[in-house]
Design a protein around this ligand. Structure first.
Ligand code: C5P
Length: 217
C-alpha cells in the first residue's frame, strides 16, 4: 500500500559529472557515473512522481517514465535546474558539479608548439553552486544535497545542511575504492534533528530509503 507515496508530486534530480571545456578536445571533469541520480529517478518514478532528471555526460539511458534533460557544463545544468525548480516539490542534487571552469574555452585545439603557456596554465573561474542557490531560493520545495567526503563525514555534512539551506544531506565516505562509479553505497542521512546511519546497500535501495524518510516527514 506504500507504493505510490509520491503520486502527484514533481521531483527534480541532478546527476552525473559536468564537463568544463578547455578547448574543443579537452575538458575538466570527474569520474561520476551518474548512477545515484539515475537510481533516485527510477525510485521516484516507481513511487508515482513526475520526474525530471538533469544529467551531465553519462553512459546511462533514461529510466522508463523519466524525462531526461542532458547537459554538459555546470552553467547548462544550472540553467536547466533554474527553469524547473519553482514547479517542483522535491529537488535532489546528486550531480558531481565541477566547482570551477576555464575562464575561456579556446575555439581551436591548443598545441604545445605555439601555445605552450595556454597548456601549462589555465585560468579558472568559480561555477555557480546549484544546490546552494536553489536552497536559498526555495519556497515550498524539499531540498536534498549529497556530500562525498574522505574524512569527518558527518560534521561536514551538518555544515553543508546549514550553508546550503538543505532539508537533508546524504553523506558518503569516499575513497579510491568506494563511492564513485560504484553500485553500492554506505550513507548517513543527515537531517536537522537527526542522523540516520544506513548500512552499505545497492544505490537503488538507498534511493528508496531516502524517499521513505522524506515521505515520513
Ligand atoms: O560543497 P560540495 O560540492 O561538497 O556539496 C555537494 C553538494 O552540492 C551536492 O549535492 C552537489 O550536487 C551540490 N553542488 C551543486 N553545485 C555545485 C557544487 C555542488 O549543486 N557547483
Amino acid at each position: 500500500k506504500a507504493r505510490k507515496e509520491l503520486s502527484g508530486k514533481r521531483v527534480l534530480i541532478t546527476a552525473g559529472p559536468t564537463h568544463e571545456y578547455i578547448d574543443p578536445v579537452r575538458f575538466i571533469g570527474n569520474p561520476s557515473s551518474g548512477k545515484m541520480g539515475f537510481c533516485l529517478a527510477q525510485a521516484a518514478c516507481r513511487l508515482g512522481a513526475r520526474v525530471e532528471l538533469v544529467s551531465g555526460p553519462t553512459n546511462l539511458s533514461a529510466p522508463e517514465g523519466v524525462q531526461l534533460i542532458r547537459v554538459t557544463s555546470a552553467q547548462e545544468m544550472f540553467k536547466a535546474v533554474q527553469e524547473r525548480f519553482s514547479s517542483c516539490d522535491v529537488a535532489l542534487f546528486s550531480a558531481a558539479v565541477s566547482d570551477f571552469r576555464p575562464l575561456e574555452c579556446a575555439d581551436h585545439k591548443l598545441k604545445k608548439a605555439n601555445n605552450y603557456n595556454s597548456l601549462t596554465h589555465i585560468d579558472l573561474v568559480e561555477n555557480p553552486d546549484i544546490l546552494q542557490q536553489m536552497g536559498a531560493a526555495k519556497t515550498h520545495q524539499i531540498v536534498v544535497g549529497f556530500a562525498a567526503e574522505t574524512s569527518n563525514v558527518i560534521p561536514y555534512a551538518r555544515e553543508k545542511l546549514v550553508a546550503k539551506h538543505a532539508d537533508m544531506i546524504v553523506a558518503n565516505k569516499v575513497s579510491a575504492t568506494q563511492g564513485f562509479a560504484c553500485d553500492t553505497s554506505q550513507a548517513t542521512l543527515v537531517l536537522p534533528q537527526e542522523c540516520i546511519e544506513l548500512p552499505e546497500m545497492p544505490k537503488i535501495q538507498l534511493a528508496g530509503e531516502i524517499f521513505h524518510v522524506l515521505v515520513k516527514r
